[in-house]
Design a protein around this ligand. Structure first.
Ligand SMILES: [Zn+2]
Ligand SMILES: [Zn+2]
Length: 553
């Protein structure tokens, strides 16, 4: 690598949904941009979230000087505590972003050892070979930024998650003025959000949900139970304003809803009407048509407040007849079945459910093609690099941009996780591919080895067969009849015949083995396992986990 060239290596978020994270290397120094979490695509029992695999950055450990955050969504900050346990470097982001990070640090016991640097929009920070400037962008959350990274090779702009919302509910519009100034001076590469690159036109303003939500308030006779992402500050402000207008008190339910509203309020991101909040206990005393429940859990998470309300598990309140339940959020891929179950519970309890399939109560936070065009025209990059999307979205982003006459088609570079993109003053080249994977994390924040997840899947699909034999360590003789225990494999009563055959097979395997084999328990166990595996597969077509146990007597 030439000394002044810049390497950009995505560790997540490019080619997969979620886990956004990127390393930028220049002149032997590295900064990390975002460190997010995602959800496992495949069936992974006992796994809560996935984060990028950090083993690749291990070799650059001493070069890493900072974590630079664009905004506070989980797919951008969810892996920060795990990364800090590997490399303890300062973290930079807006006040709100860092407030969300701080909540995580407390849960992980990292508050005292982490340095957080809060920045304002247009702040510039020198980090070795990099100079980073944050610029405000509009999104579904507030205090979101694009990041301009000035390096010896040139300026790279990372769009963050953005849309061009001319009328945001909270905070200013996207800082196109500053982005245009960068464009005037020359931008080497723009890394741009591909989430909605397939959608023509503009993404609507956060305000676009107002008419449909207002209709809900106008028509609801009973309680309104509204669930949205607890970080959707614009949405929460709209709901609080409507509650005031229609004379409804508001009870916040769910730990993350309480915490995030408190955080946003403390940073003056929310304008909370005086005296509007009531506790869940007080809410029981209020007439249904004067109450709104603002609830965490719009994705149907079984442990969330929303699911508890819908299944009568909440200690104070539950969804009931006459309630209007509003799910004001998009369905994150993979969560559809859980959300569908949540709706069913609400209907069965006599409530009506309004989601984005029947009313315009959700709008995306990500820019469509015309939003992207505005960003590209402001920054006028030499190279365009689609990020934040699955392969399909990245390629369609490229194909669309190539037809717009706003960037040379050959200068649009699609890469994926692990690719090393080297940028020079007028060149962009994929020079290597590193192996980058993902790490499974369970509900207690511990790593779960891939092997463990494979075993769990194996068990859940085909069950387990345990064969227990008692062998005399000297004579190698069976001391008693073999025993077989199965779980999740076959119903033992229905398969008595088969169990007898399996026992006979185990007995035969032991008695026909050589004496040395019988007294070497590792060998005899393997022989039993192989014999059972072959027999079961032939007889049933299934492959249960087989565990032979030899008891020394
Ligand atoms: Zn994102
Ligand atoms: Zn976001």
């Amino acid at each position: 690598m030439t000394k002044d060239n810049l390497e950009i290596i995505p560790l997540g978020g490019v080619g997969v949904f979620g886990m956004n994270m990127m390393a930028m290397r220049c002149g032997g120094e590295t900064i990390i941009s975002d460190a997010g979490m995602g959800f496992p695509e495949e069936d992974a029992p006992g796994v809560d979230i996935i984060i990028p695999d950090f083993s690749f950055i291990d070799q650059y450990r001493d070069e890493i000087s900072a974590i630079v955050l664009t905004h506070g969504h989980e797919d951008h900050i969810g892996a920060v505590p795990f990364l800090l346990k590997e490399v303890n470097v300062p973290v930079y982001g807006t006040h709100l972003t860092l407030a969300f990070v701080e909540n995580k640090l407390q849960e992980h016991g990292l508050s005292a050892t982490t340095t957080l640097h809060a920045i304002e929009s247009r702040d510039r920070v020198k980090l070795g070979n990099f100079e980073v400037e944050w610029m405000h962008v509009t999104h579904s959350l507030t205090s979101c930024t694009a990041v301009a990274v000035t390096t010896p090779a040139g300026v790279v702009i990372h769009s963050g998650d953005f849309k061009i919302d001319g009328t945001p509910v909270v905070g200013p519009a996207t800082d196109l003025e500053r982005l245009t100034e960068y464009g005037d001076r020359g931008v080497l590469a723009l890394l741009a959000d591909s989430t909605n690159a397939e959608r023509p036109g503009r993404t609507q303003s956060e305000r676009a949900v107002m008419p449909a939500l207002e209709k809900v308030f106008e028509e609801a006779q009973g309680r309104i139970v509204l669930s949205c992402f607890t970080s959707s500050v614009h949405r929460i402000q709209i709901v609080l304003d409507l509650a005031r207008e229609y004379g409804r008190r508001v009870a916040l339910l769910g730990r993350s809803m309480l915490r995030n509203v408190e955080t946003a309020d403390s940073l003056r991101q929310l304008d909370i009407p005086d005296g509007i909040f009531v506790s869940p206990a007080e809410a029981r005393q209020i007439d249904d048509d004067q109450l709104l429940l603002l609830v965490a859990g719009c994705q149907g998470d079984p442990m969330s407040a929303m699911t508890k309300l819908a299944t009568d598990q909440h200690k104070n309140l539950s969804v009931g007849p006459g309630d209007t339940v509003v799910l004001s959020a998009r369905q994150i891929p993979g969560n559809e079945p859980a959300i569908s179950r949540l709706s069913s519970h609400c209907y069965k309890r006599g409530a009506t459910v309004i989601d984005s399939s029947v009313a315009r109560i959700h709008v995306s936070g990500h820019g469509s093609q015309e939003d992207l065009k505005i960003l590209i025209e402001a920054t006028r990059p030499k190279f365009l690099v689609p990020i934040h999307g699955e392969h399909r979205q990245l390629y369609r982003h490229r194909d669309w941009a190539a037809t717009q006459g706003i960037v040379e088609p050959e200068n649009i570079v699609v890469f994926e996780n692990g690719d090393v993109l080297e940028l020079g003053e007028s060149s962009a080249e994929l020079i290597a591919t590193e192996f980058v994977g993902r790490t499974f994390i369970d509900s207690s924040y511990e790593h779960v080895e891939d092997m463990v997840v494979r075993d769990r899947k194996h068990l859940s699909y085909d069950g387990i067969v345990v064969a227990i034999v008692a062998i005399n360590p000297k004579s190698g003789e069976l001391e008693s009849e073999p025993e077989l225990v199965t779980r999740g494999f076959i119903h033992e009563e229905d398969a008595a015949e088969m169990l007898i055959q399996l026992k006979q097979l185990v007995e035969e395997t032991v008695t026909t083995a050589a004496h040395e084999e019988r007294i070497d328990y590792a060998v005899i166990k393997e022989k039993i396992r192989v014999a059972l595996k072959r027999f079961i597969q032939k007889a049933t077509g299934r492959r249960p986990m087989i565990i032979p146990v030899v008891v020394e007597v």
